[in-house]
Design a protein. Structure first.
Length: 565
């Protein structure tokens, strides 16, 4: 059942709010910049199209001016053009360089910064269906207003008792102030939360690290022949040294991968892959820019009331001119509802089995996709995992329900993967796996790939998605009935280390790239970003069961849409 609230407008009135809630909040800028439209999927021709009037970052060109040692030729001129357009579309506003040695004085201080709810058009009255706008003013640690933009800020509107929540859209005015815009989607109290995830100064550091030190997480492989074995360092790209390289670039997809050549053994004696470790990478004092409780995922307080009540009915009128697109969904009574189009149903175990009867579901990606496999395994009494003796974490996994002819598989994406030792024979790129599927109306392909790319220049991620998209296009051409569902990245618990290797900022940028690249294709997205941001549970790389359950309902609603619902 849809809650009534979307058809029955009521008025919201600003009211002082005493309650103060903690818990991180987040928002999606993700909606901001998807400017690309795939016109013809088959020849991957692009027609850039400005979709919204959102004020967004000026185009930055440093990714062109100063590439890292980590560069590769795109596969085609179209790919190269697309890459350039995408990089421009996600360019983040530059933050003025900090003097050295680094001090926080001139950087954004969430404790000094504030937000204010702007009055509705009729002086503090809103209806369900309206948009609520919040103005955020940032200040530095000396209490002076910031004059430039570039901070990464998220926002959420929520009601803990109703288990309702929605992500806001944040717009950077590039002058130290930001707007957060919320769609008012339920009847009842609503509280605004605004969070500084990273000050812009920290993003400059992350940007530099991904260009200059894409190898700050490194990988290893063992090479073995007879009784001789050697271990060398591997990565998507390796610093040029006198040591020769082994080039494991995948011939079909073009995915790059290299190891330093072992001294005594040949390149084809490589037997496995594992994460090697991390290298120290930031300059003195730069860690100050990533302090939990100081400037890393810290709430910004309201300068006035942060809460509302909604007592009366009326017609929605207030639409923000700041943003033109809305959230992808919201929670109400703990249940995720999509905005626009799809109705999400609840599936109990028997409904899931009924839905998946006769189907094969193939999941590819990182551990956040494996969570879905694990959820189905645990939820369905008839679905039994067949023990392939795979290493924990790595997989592959396979589950079968013989009675209902259900097959569910899960497999990690190809390198880079930061996990336990994996045999080279199990390193498979998603694109190649998809090429191995016949597809059809009883085949569901799910993938999610984002969490292992946080140390690389965005070009690496773009190339990976280009190869996956080519495979998806081929799959949909040979078997148009195949359902393809993509899981986006989600915000997570951040500390210094995670910020430097897998920050939410990088995930957000990956999500923008993902959306832009699959726009217009017959594929479906599950917006794990907003589903995590809008939820009251603390962020975690692996979202907790209530969120996974909602994601599975979302997935099943694509697989088994219900008529009349
Ligand atoms: C490019 O990078 C090099 C080495 O990291 C640095 O010396 C140089 O100043 C950079 N140039 C620009 C334009 O950023
Ligand atoms: C910053 O820009 C926004 C949008 O143009 C404007 O509303 C606001 O007043 C500006 N703030 C300052 C301090 O100039
Ligand atoms: C690695 O191999 C690929 C595919 O054969 C080739 O295109 C690429 O130039 C090689 N890279 C290096 C650095 O040798
Ligand atoms: C599962 O849901 C279906 C409706 O989708 C309902 O008919 C059935 O009774 C439910 N089963 C259980 C065990 O709750």
């Amino acid at each position: 059942m849809q809650p009534e609230i979307r058809t029955e407008p009521v008025i919201m009135k600003a009211k002082a709010c005493i309650r103060k809630e903690y818990g991180a909040i987040f928002l999606s800028l993700a909606v901001c910049v998807f400017i690309f439209v795939l016109r013809h999927m088959s020849d991957l021709e692009f027609q850039p199209k400005v979709k919204s009037t959102i004020i967004m970052p000026r185009v930055s060109s440093h990714h062109i001016v100063n590439r890292s040692f980590c560069t590769f030729q795109p596969l085609s001129p179209q790919d190269a053009l697309e890459e350039r357009l995408i990089l421009d579309s996600i360019a983040w506003p530059e933050t003025p360089l900090l003097p050295s040695p680094i001090s926080l004085e001139q950087t954004t201080d969430p404790a000094h910064s504030t937000f204010t709810i702007l009055p509705g058009r009729k002086g503090g009255q809103w209806h369900v269906g309206d948009q609520l706008e919040v103005m955020i003013q940032t200040f530095d640690f000396q209490g002076r207003p910031k004059k430039s933009g570039g901070d990464f800020i998220t926002a959420r509107l929520h009601n803990r008792k109703l288990e309702a929540g929605v992500a806001g859209q944040v717009v950077d005015h590039l002058n130290g102030s930001y707007s957060a815009v919320f769609s008012l989607l339920w009847e009842g109290d609503a509280q605004v939360e605004v969070t500084l995830v990273h000050p812009g100064e920290a993003l400059s550091v992350l940007n530099r690290l991904n260009r200059e030190q894409p190898d700050r997480i490194y990988f290893k492989s063992v090479f073995r022949s007879g009784s001789v074995s050697e271990t060398t360092i591997c990565n998507v790209c390796l610093r040029p040294t006198k040591q020769p390289l082994c080039n494991y670039t995948d011939l079909r997809t073009g995915e790059p991968w290299f190891c330093y050549k072992p001294k005594k053994l040949s390149c084809d004696t490589r037997i496995n892959h594992v994460m090697g470790g991390t290298k120290p990478n930031i300059k003195a004092n730069e860690e100050k820019l990533f302090q939990s409780g100081v400037n890393l995922k810290v709430s910004i307080r309201a300068s006035g009331p942060a809460c509302f009540v909604l007592p009366q009915k009326g017609q929605p009128k207030v639409k923000s001119s700041t943003v033109t697109s809305g959230p992808s969904g919201y929670y109400y009574k703990g249940v995720w509802q999509a905005v626009g189009g799809l109705t999400i149903h609840k599936f109990n175990a028997s409904a899931i089995t009924h839905c998946l009867k006769g189907k094969a579901v193939h999941m590819y990606g990182d551990s956040t996709v494996r969570q879905w496999f694990e959820f189905l395994n645990a939820a369905l009494p008839g679905l039994k995992e067949f023990d392939l003796h795979s290493p924990k974490q790595a997989g592959p996994y396979i589950s079968l329900d013989f009675a209902n002819n259900i097959l569910v598989t899960s497999r990690f994406h190809g390198p880079p993967i930061r996990i336990v030792v994996v045999s080279t024979s199990e390193l498979r790129y998603i694109a190649n796996e998809i090429d191995g599927l016949i597809g059809g109306p009883n085949t569901v392909v799910v993938f999610g790939i984002w969490a292992h790319f946080g140390t690389f220049p965005m070009e690496i991620y773009i190339r990976r998605l280009q190869s996956i998209r080519r495979a998806v296009v081929r799959l949909l051409d040979r078997a148009p009935g195949t359902l393809v569902v993509i899981r986006t990245g989600n915000p997570k618990d951040l500390n210094l280390f995670v910020s430097l290797t897998n920050s939410d900022w990088h995930s957000l940028q990956c999500n923008k790239v993902l959306r832009a690249m699959f726009k217009g294709l017959n594929v479906h997205l599950i917006d794990a970003w907003e589903m995590t941001l809008a939820h009251h549970r603390p962020h975690n790389l692996h979202p907790p069961p209530p969120i996974i359950k909602n994601m599975i309902n979302h997935l099943l609603s694509y697989i088994c849409p219900q008529k009349g619902g």
